[in-house]
Design a protein around this ligand. Sequence first.
Ligand code: 5GP
Length: 219
Amino acid sequence: MILKENSKGTLIVISAPSGAGKGTIINKLLERDNKTRWLSISTTSREIRSNDIPGVTYNFVSEEEFINKIKEGYFLEYTNYAGNYYGTPKGAIEEKLNQGIDVILEIEIEGASNIKKLVPEAIFIFIMPPSLKELVRRLKLRGTDSDAKIIERFKKAYQEINEVSKYNYVVVNDILDDAVAKVEAILKSEKCRVDRIEDVYLDTKEEEIHELLCSEEFK
Ligand code: 5GP
């Protein structure tokens, strides 16, 4: 019996509290390999921030447009997070997976738990800040939020960290390169899992083996 890696891509769900650095880790993963990895671009109804690039960080729509898209069945999953809608468009995901491309979803925990129901074989990775103190430091250093907003984000982060047991893996983002290497290692190991392996030669007939043994190559 000869086994080969499954030719289909893997769905990878990455969540983290804001300030844990998941965006940076994902960018590094894509820098290393953007041929067999693809980051799904979510649709959101939140306001565009100064560091957003429409069509790259998100596809921005109004709340009304978002609700219409929900009705059309446009999303694989969606949620309302901090008063704004966020959703993963169904469209390209199946196509990419069939092409053997791994699809990354950068979504919050409720979305991740909905994906788990729909695609139980997906890989769920939670990126953790090294400590809650470090998380506060990072949120403060960003300079994008008021102290009140930081406290709100911190509380949310605290709740989210308690949900980590629902994930398959947790990666502490202390040293960025180490965290990226850990995620790479997870993705590599997952490809070797027996239940992900496709048995392509199981159907090989005895005559075919006989033919092979008689071929020039084996004389
Ligand atoms: P932000 O507004 O900071 O860009 O994102 C807020 C949260 O929404 C983050 O935790 C982010 O991962 C999550 N998020 C982004 N896109 C989606 C999505 O399509 N679905 C879900 N469920 N969460 C998302």
